[in-house]
Design a protein around this ligand. Structure first.
Ligand SMILES: [Zn+2]
Length: 322
């Protein structure tokens, strides 16, 4: 025992082992597209879009609510609890354990969260799928939550907006997860019967049973740039049809060009685009105004090209064959 061991050594050890609570972890993120490193503040300040290559990173419900609703105008809807693990399913792990892990990680009941609020002053319910929660898979709890969100939109005379991100149906719930496809579609029908708009925002990735149900029955389909949207994976399709698939297959831009998506909207423009659409759809008087503004006198309308009249070649406007 000496002054050195009693006093100096503990001091030095304390210097190295002290917890550093004010230094956050993961200060740098690697872009999955261009693989460059991005400082976390730069990424957050850029709406989680890569400043180098414009890749849109996946974001969860909390982020979407904050980005799309008017500040302080929204309130989260309570998602119903459904009986966990109806089939007592087990693969490498028990399904109940997987559920508990996902719930602890995301602090949510299941892969869907919804909130009621205002977008540019207009009422809307936004339901957001969380890919972090078991790949955004659709089980009974998600179906139940979707119905609650749709009914809230009807009750409050609000537009219903869904932000999708999903790997498809939740296989741990077998046929029960497939039943949610019909269930969610019926919930959408209730919104439409109430005369309210249903808008789908397709984000990366939207696949499987979600694409085959509520994600494709919107009044309008918006998509984020580069989002993968499809039913089966490209590799499976290639193996089945034994053909090489075209470039950009199942990407938002490809689907826009082929009529499955109405508009590809950059994340920076998403809120403004929704505000404009809701203004047109929820205020009929404004829609009439817009129509008047865009009405062009008939003599100034250019004759449609053959391709624009549904493939029917109008003899008068047909281009001569070469
Ligand atoms: Zn990048």
């Amino acid at each position: 025992m000496s002054w050195l061991t009693d006093y100096v050594r503990p001091k030095i050890r304390a210097l190295y082992t002290r917890d550093k609570p004010d230094v956050p972890e993961n200060l740098w993120h690697q872009c999955p597209s261009c693989e460059r490193m991005i400082f976390h503040r730069d990424l957050d300040g850029n709406q989680r879009v890569c400043p180098h290559c414009d890749h849109h990173m996946r974001v969860g419900p909390d982020y979407r609510f904050g980005a799309l609703f008017d500040e302080g105008s929204w309130q989260q809807l309570e998602m119903p609890k459904s009986p966990p693990d109806p089939l007592k399913f087990r693969d490498q792990k028990k399904y109940v354990d997987r559920l508990k892990e996902a719930q602890a990680k995301t602090k949510a009941v299941d892969a869907l969260e919804a909130a009621l609020g205002r977008i540019d002053g207009l009422p809307a319910v936004i339901a957001v799928m969380n890919f972090e929660f078991m790949g955004g898979s659709m089980g009974t709890a998600l179906g139940e939550g979707f119905v609650v969100a749709a009914q809230a939109a009807v009750k409050h005379d609000a537009a219903f907006i869904v932000v999708t991100a999903s790997g498809g149906a939740r296989m741990q719930e077998g046929a029960l997860s497939l039943m949610q496809m019909a269930r969610t579609t019926v919930a959408v029908e209730e919104v439409k019967e109430a005369g309210l708009p249903y808008i789908v925002i397709l984000t990366d990735p939207t696949t499987g049973g979600v694409t085959a149900s509520f994600a494709m029955v919107g009044d309008l389909h918006l998509a984020e740039p580069g989002a993968m949207i499809g039913f089966a994976g490209a590799r499976v399709i290639e193996q089945t049809i034994r053909e090489k698939l075209p470039e950009g297959f199942q990407r938002a831009e490809y689907l826009l060009a082929h009529g499955m998506v109405d508009q590809v909207v950059h994340r920076f423009q998403l809120r403004a685009t929704l505000a404009r659409l809701l203004d047109l759809l929820l205020r009929p008087d404004r829609a009439t105004e817009a129509r008047v503004i865009t009405d062009v006198p008939p003599e100034r309308v250019a004759p449609p090209k053959a391709a624009e009249v549904g493939g029917k070649v109008d003899a008068e406007h047909a281009e001569p064959r070469k």
